[in-house]
Design a protein around this ligand. Sequence first.
Ligand code: F3S
Ligand code: F3S
Length: 103
Amino acid sequence: TYVIAQPCVDIKDRACLTECPVDCIYEGVRTLYINPDECVDCHACEPVCPVEAIFQEDELPQHWEHYRTVDEEFFDGGSAQRCDPREASGDHPLVAALPPQQV
Ligand code: F3S
Ligand code: F3S
């Protein structure tokens, strides 16, 4: 799967949304999330992100490796941390706790 990491937070360019052929990218309040169960690894999203927030899961920079878990947990129906991706009413707790990213 592909993963959206921290550069998307508070930017949300949304270029990736229109590229994804299977509509597996969902919008939270401060960032977007790729559903790992729906992503077909088509790679279309990665080059269009202007802030290079999207990575193949095995190519995540070490300091952003936890974003793989962030995406998994965001869509994990059994998780206490779940936010409904279709409601866009929240973020994963790790994202929600970040200080404002825009300078
Ligand atoms: Fe975010 Fe980049 Fe998509 S900033 S919304 S991952 S195009
Ligand atoms: Fe969609 Fe990107 Fe996966 S375009 S299918 S989220 S690699």
